[in-house]
Design a protein around this ligand. Structure first.
Ligand code: SF4
Length: 293
């Protein structure tokens, strides 16, 4: 819980504040960009909410924050922020909110497939908190949890206990925490989970990193690929590359074989291109930029 005595000095006066426990994960700035800004190694409140929608977004950031570093004074009822998650993005894809500190605030996503016998799917693990578990239960539970890589597994075991979901991860990214998962992907070839779901191994960030392609439209990219609003382009994370940068480039090139319009990352900004052709052009630009680094 955020502490008023640890309120950062650069917050503007008013109801919302960020305290010194902030880990600079970027979630609040993406959820409520009119309220939160980037400081020196942390976020801060640069403008108090001016509208009901601003305030709702700030409350969403408060509950999505992995370290409970966002507070209000006087203490506010955050239920409006809680109820907002999972937050619809497009079609039946939602952002789960409730990020976990153990995955440094990585974003996880829900694919709702209520009318499909294959059931709902989570991409990476959010924080296993009661309100989110209940919201997922109300939507039909979780049948599958796809884990893009070893860093963003967070509370996967709690989701398995609650929903009995089949967890999927590449065997090269298994750790002590995930050695009991139900399904292991191996090798470099794509693996089909369902007619509309394809796992594509993308070694680079980690040895066993993989992305998930849904409906040839949505690409869930974990820590492999994201949009950078500052650079105005797709990027990979050279400074957070734990296995091999050349492999990351090769994996990025394999994505040119696929068609998609959305990039939905764990870290960094999401991106929607006007068309698969436009996405391909952005991907080619990203690869050229990576090769020059
Ligand atoms: S969401 Fe929380 S930890 Fe992340 S940048 Fe904002 S205040 Fe900091």
């Amino acid at each position: 819980m955020a502490t008023l005595s640890a309120r950062l000095a650069d917050n503007v006066p008013g109801e919302f504040y960020v305290d010194s426990s902030c880990i600079d994960c970027d979630t609040c700035r993406r959820v409520a960009p009119t309220v939160f800004e980037e400081g020196e190694g942390h976020s801060f409140v640069s403008a108090q909410p001016r509208s009901a929608e601003d305030r709702r977004r700030a409350l969403m950031a408060l509950v999505a924050c992995p370290t409970a570093s966002i507070g209000t004074s006087p203490k506010a009822d955050a239920s409006e922020g809680v109820r907002a998650f999972p937050e619809p993005i497009a079609e039946n894809v939602s952002f789960c909110g409730f990020t976990a500190e153990s995955s440094f605030g990585a974003w996880s996503y829900l694919i709702e497939r209520a009318n499909d016998p294959a059931g709902n799917l989570l991409v990476d693990s959010p924080r296993a908190v009661g309100p989110l578990l209940s919201a997922l239960e109300a939507r039909g539970g979780v049948a599958t949890m796809f884990l893009t890589h070893r860093d963003d597994v967070a509370d996967h075991a709690a989701f398995r206990r609650r929903f009995g979901c089949e967890r999927v991860i590449h065997e090269d990214d298994m750790t002590t925490s995930t050695k009991g998962v139900e399904r292991r992907i191996s090798g470099r070839d794509p693996v089909r989970l369902a007619d509309d779901l394809l796992v594509i191994p993308t070694p680079g960030h980690t040895r066993g990193h993989a992305v998930l392609l849904y409906r040839n439209r949505f690409l869930f990219t974990g820590d492999h690929l994201a949009w950078s609003g500052r650079r105005r382009q797709l990027v990979a994370f050279r400074e957070a590359n734990w296995y091999s940068w050349p492999e990351t480039i090769r994996s990025m090139e394999t994505l040119l074989d696929y068609s998609f319009e959305w990039v939905l990352p764990g870290h960094g900004e999401r991106y929607r291109a006007e068309s698969p052709a436009a996405m391909r052009r952005e991907l080619e630009r990203c690869i050229a930029w990576m090769k020059a680094r």
